[in-house]
Design a protein around this ligand. Structure first.
Ligand code: EPU
Length: 421
């Protein structure tokens, strides 16, 4: 295992290039199962989650070539198997999005339930409800979701749950509906940019989908799809994390390759904190003199403030004078990073799904433990702002979603190194 050691206190300066989106690439790679023809996906980040998805596809007897340095994944799903086992699925919850494409292609599939998750309860009732609405018989037995049908038949499907529209649930129903007989209306569809990217890829494969980017997707089923090439969108959460890193260190960073329009809520909050954010010709420049103002943040489905930026924002607020309140409306228990930030001297109390953050003058470096991907990003940011040395252990969590984060931060002037634990 590896850990990251950070000597904090250096303002970040310079430019950083954003990688392709993990959360767009994962369902798009799953969607290649919808055709026997070759598909080429570009702009794929070199991350362990992408590796897991490729491994599962190979286990399903699918031909996958992953050119890691070029960021290209080539897939040919000639005759995929229909069973995704626990040993592979448990490594990555996103493998649940194999359910829709496998069901559409094979009419009979079993995907293991992924099991516990540190960011809170992650049921898949909405996924199951949606596939049932398309005529599938879906049961959970022996730890597997078993879905089967004679044919999928278009219907109206509502994808909004207690915490808003489900992202991967929408992806699953969409991928099933493209090969269904007749028309499907997905109401309350998640409209995250990653879903829009999936829709764009499916359209390139020959799917007929209207309402792109909106809450109502109309899918006219077709009998088959063909191979396609696609470049995934840039990772808005990686970009947002570097924006917050610039802000927390009182730095000046130009972010290249991101789509500023996907980051409006993050930009808005940073500006409210007193950070200057400028959009110029496809770049985002973030400048801060380190003098931050407290804010209240509520996470919401897109276009609201993303839950995947909550830990990074919490880190910022720990060193912002005054009281900030951060409320989680998507994953109400996603606060594992808070007790680790307390080890650095942060003053935060949890009240239900809210963190009440009393900003302190300085954090002081200490060893901390990463518990999940975004929590570890939040801890890295806190370490960048802390006096002295912060050791972030279990850094494999951060490698699931950030390509070479230590290298990218070092290029911006951070004192950060990766060592064996
Ligand atoms: N939910 C249900 N029932 C369902 C599905 C979801 O109650 O059937 C609830 C969840 O428990 C949660 C809320 O609905 O409270 C939203 O969950 P959603 O299904 O939208 O999450 P997801 O699709 O499993 C994706 C991202 C997450 C991101 C969330 C929210 C991928 C691979 N994962 O998960 O990303 O936090 O959407 O935006 O796209 C990450 O990258 O670190 C990450 C966790």
């Amino acid at each position: 295992m590896e850990k990251i050691i950070i000597s904090g206190g250096n303002p970040l300066r310079g430019t950083v290039q954003i990688s392709g989106s993990k959360n767009a690439a994962l369902p798009i790679i799953a969607a290649t199962l919808l055709t026997s023809e070759p598909c080429v996906i570009r702009g794929v980040p070199n991350l362990s989650d992408i590796q897991f998805m490729c491994d599962i596809l190979r286990w399903l007897s699918v031909k996958v070539e992953h050119h890691k340095t070029e960021g290209v994944v080539e897939v040919r799903a000639g005759h995929p198997l229909g069973v995704a086992p626990y040993e592979l699925v448990r490594k990555m919850r996103a493998s649940v999005c194999l359910l829709g494409p496998l069901l559409a292609r094979l009419h009979n599939c079993k995907v293991s339930l992924p099991g516990g998750c540190v960011i809170g309860d992650r049921p898949i009732d909405q996924h199951i409800k949606g596939l049932k609405r398309l005529g599938a018989d879906v049961v959970v037995e022996n730890g597997y979701v078993h879905a089967r049908c004679n044919e999928l038949i278009g219907n109206d499907v509502f994808m909004g749950g207690r915490f808003g529209s489900t992202v991967l649930g929408t992806a699953n129903v969409l991928m099933a509906a493209v090969l269904a007989t007749g028309t499907t209306w997905i109401e309350g569809a998640a409209c995250e940019p990653e879903i829009e990217d999936l829709v764009n890829f499916l359209i390139k494969m020959g799917a007929k989908i209207k309402g792109i980017g909106g809450h109502m997707l109309e899918v006219e089923g077709v009998t088959e799809l063909h191979g396609a090439e696609h470049t995934v969108i840039p990772d808005r959460i990686e970009a947002g994390t570097f924006m917050a890193a610039a802000a927390i260190t009182g730095g000046d960073v130009e972010i290249h390759g991101a789509r500023a329009e996907h980051l409006s809520a993050v930009r808005d909050k940073l500006e409210e904190c007193g950070v200057t954010v400028e959009r110029n010709n496809g770049t985002i420049r973030v400048r801060s003199n380190g003098d931050l103002k407290p804010v209240d943040v509520i996470t919401m489905p897109y276009p609201g403030f993303p839950t995947d930026m909550q830990a990074q924002m919490s880190a910022m607020m720990t060193v912002t004078p005054g009281i900030s309140v951060i409320t989680e409306k998507v994953f109400p228990n996603r606060f594992m990073h808070i007790s680790e930030m307390a080890r650095l001297g942060a003053d935060v109390s949890l009240e239900g799904a809210s963190a009440i953050v009393k900003g302190v003058k300085r954090l002081s470096g200490a060893p901390v433990m990463a518990s999940d991907l975004r929590a570890s990003a939040g801890l890295v940011l806190a370490g960048l702002a802390a006096d002295g040395e912060t050791e972030v252990n279990r850094i494999y969590h951060v490698d699931r979603g950030y390509e070479r984060i230590d290298q990218k931060l070092r290029l911006l002037g951070a004192k950060i190194e990766r060592v064996a634990e």
